[in-house]
Design a protein around this ligand. Structure first.
Ligand code: AGP
Length: 610
């Protein structure tokens, strides 16, 4: 998720570009840049810097670029580590065209090979750079018609803004699956990824929809579809203030990020399954020989990432038939673990900066293990310690409580498990194909769950004064129970324990009475009947039961006082849908208690100390 801005009018565009990028830093902040069509009509002038926006501001104070047409970008790296070379804008070989992009170009590798054969010189490792060279290669004198042609060559998601010294007085914008809005001024117009960048300058907005192109000049906007059908888009006046706009109208970043989960899953899947269902994990750089050499997997992580690892353990064992151990990183690093060059170590950390996990990775490598990191931050510390990296493309997660990064981690780990299965030939292609089709359906299934948020809110608010909760689950429902308990305790400060349901009778059942609600992950599964027995044991102690159940399960109503229904899916994939009601349950209880859900007390988004 990156931030794009553009300006065309009578003022120096640089002032709006910097102000707009500041408003969009929550969308990504590992590097930033801008390009203007200056007085030298021949070339575009580009300034870009690695690091936060203030690096770019310092460079601009020195070089003071001038230009009434300009575009800017703040980056959240997906392909190519954070660096000045990989920062946007990217330019063509002749420095006539500059482009900024938010999204993922799935077929960039093929396009890059084609363009290099045509003699184009690339200066970055990004997927984005292929776009500006494609425009250069196809330029026919009209920037908008060239962009229209190029959009037909692209796979993946993109929101782009382009300027060209050969067709000045124009910004061309186009979008597919990534957001782009246009602000209308007096003798000036604006472009941005998101509304917050515009609100200081205009509240009159045009939303660009998927598969549309906008020609933005200082006196007007023309919107057409990719296949050149004119669009008469209604202007709307924004009523939000800036802070609300950064949260896209949601009350908190955590709620926004819960609702971003379908997109986060979609972007994590993007480009990883070929037409023939071959799994693509090029970034891992592990040969088939090395994969078949592994005789065990060891997963290390902390907190929510550890819960993702517990799901991965069951999927890797079930599909790839590899023995899997798992431990929390702070324990792992002080154990005398049995790790050697036949051990594949998987380190899961959304921030890529958790010191316990980094230390565990160093210890695992010291013992000869091969390490793969699963992380959400390109260029984070863990990526320099690991032998290979799988990126979750969840975009920046601002809320301290992990939500969209969790589901992205689990999906990335499903893909890794399938890749190990495929490479080790542990399952026939028909089984893998069915699982892949089901994984592709997960974004829509999560959207279905989000529709019951009002019901969850109404239920959650009844529990706002409870002092203790027990969360129960079996199989992959057990890590979901652990995660549901963690969400509740970290944002509402209510004591909550996650437990394996079968373990309840070995102690925690002593806690139960009418004042200790029990939340149970009770969707259809191979252990469903066992879960029902556990619910009965809890009810016999007067506990109030909240159950997450599968759509259509009327039976559960005899056992549970409240039911959150989720769509059916493959048993091992079910955490992706069953965790969502528990995230919302925790969120609404915490909100009712007046807690700061985005910045809970005593917590940090990234724990970089022991
Ligand atoms: C989860 O909501 C918490 N923010 C915390 O448990 C977190 O998952 C843990 O600190 C690990 O962070 P990481 O994924 O960045 O390593």
């Amino acid at each position: 998720m990156c931030g794009i801005v553009g300006y065309i009018g009578e003022k120096n565009s640089v002032n709006f570009l910097i102000d707009g990028l500041k408003r969009l830093e929550y969308r990504g902040y590992d590097s930033a840049g801008l390009a203007v069509l200056g007085d030298n009509e021949n070339n575009v002038e580009v300034i870009k810097k690695n690091g936060r926006l203030d690096e770019l501001e310092r460079a601009i104070q020195k070089e003071s670029p001038q230009g009434k047409t300009g575009i800017g970008h703040t980056r959240w790296a997906t392909h190519g580590k954070p660096s000045e070379a990989n920062a946007h804008p990217h330019i063509d070989c002749k420095r006539k065209i500059a482009l900024v992009h938010n999204g993922i170009i799935e077929n960039f590798f093929t396009l890059r090979e084609y363009l290099e054969k045509k003699g184009h010189i690339f200066t970055s490792q990004t997927d984005t750079e292929v776009l500006v060279h494609l425009i250069e290669e196809n330029f026919n004198g009209s920037l908008v018609e060239t962009v229209r042609k190029v959009t037909t060559l692209l796979g993946g998601s993109f929101a782009i803004a382009v300027i060209c010294s050969l067709d000045p007085d124009l910004i061309v914008a186009a979008r597919k699956d990534s957001p782009l809005v246009i602000g209308l001024g007096e003798g000036e117009n604006f472009i941005a990824s998101d509304i917050p960048a515009l609100l200081q300058h205009t509240k009159n907005i045009l939303i660009l929809e998927d598969n549309e192109i906008a020609e933005v000049s200082r006196n007007g906007i023309r919107i057409t579809t990719f296949d050149n059908k004119p669009i008469d888009r209604k202007v709307f006046e924004v009523k939000w203030d800036v802070e609300a706009a950064e949260k896209s109208g949601y009350e908190d970043f955590m709620l926004k990020e819960i609702y971003e989960q379908p997109t986060a899953i979609h972007n994590t899947i993007l480009g990883r399954f070929k037409e023939n269902n071959e799994i693509v994990l090029d970034e891992l750089a592990l040969s088939e020989k090395e994969i078949n050499n592994f005789d065990k997997v060891f997963i290390v992580a902390c907190g929510t990432s550890y819960h993702a690892g517990l799901v991965a353990r069951q999927t890797i064992e079930r599909w790839a038939r590899l023995s899997v151990e798992i431990d929390i990183a702070s324990e792992f690093r002080y154990r005398d673990t049995v790790i050697d060059n036949k051990t594949l170590v998987i380190a899961i950390t959304q921030s890529g900066e958790t010191s316990d996990t980094i230390a565990a990775v160093r210890e695992a490598k010291r013992r000869g293990g091969r390490v793969i990191a699963v992380t959400n931050v390109v260029g984070s510390s863990i990526t320099r310690e690991a032998d290979g990296v799988i990126y979750t493309h969840a975009g920046p997660e601002i809320g301290v409580a992990a939500t969209k990064t969790l589901v992205s981690q689990i999906v990335a780990l499903y893909i890794l498990a399938l890749w190990l299965t495929q490479t080790r030939e542990q399952a026939d292609s028909s089984i893998i194909r069915k699982i892949i089709e089901e994984i592709k359906s997960l974004p829509d299934k999560v959207k279905e769950v989000l529709l019951i948020a009002p019901h969850i809110k109404e239920c959650a608010e009844k529990f706002v004064n409870c002092a203790d909760f027990l969360f129960l689950g079996r199989g992959v429902g057990y890590p979901v129970a652990l995660e549901g308990a963690l969400k509740l305790k970290e944002i509402s400060y209510i004591h909550a324990e996650g437990y394996a349901a079968g373990e309840m009778k070995h102690g925690p059942i002593a806690l139960l009475d009418k004042d200790v609600p029990v939340v149970v992950v009770a969707n259809y599964s191979s252990v469903y009947d066992k879960i029902l027995s556990n619910i009965l044991e809890a009810k016999a102690r007067d506990a109030v039961i909240v159950a997450v159940a599968t759509d259509g399960d009327e039976n559960i109503k005899q056992f549970a006082d409240y039911v959150f229904y989720v769509p059916e899916t493959h048993e091992l994939l079910s955490p992706i849908v069953t965790i969502v009601p528990l995230q919302l349950f925790a969120y609404y209880i915490a909100k009712k208690r007046g807690c700061d859900v985005d910045q809970p007390r005593n917590l940090a988004k990234s724990v970089t100390v022991e």
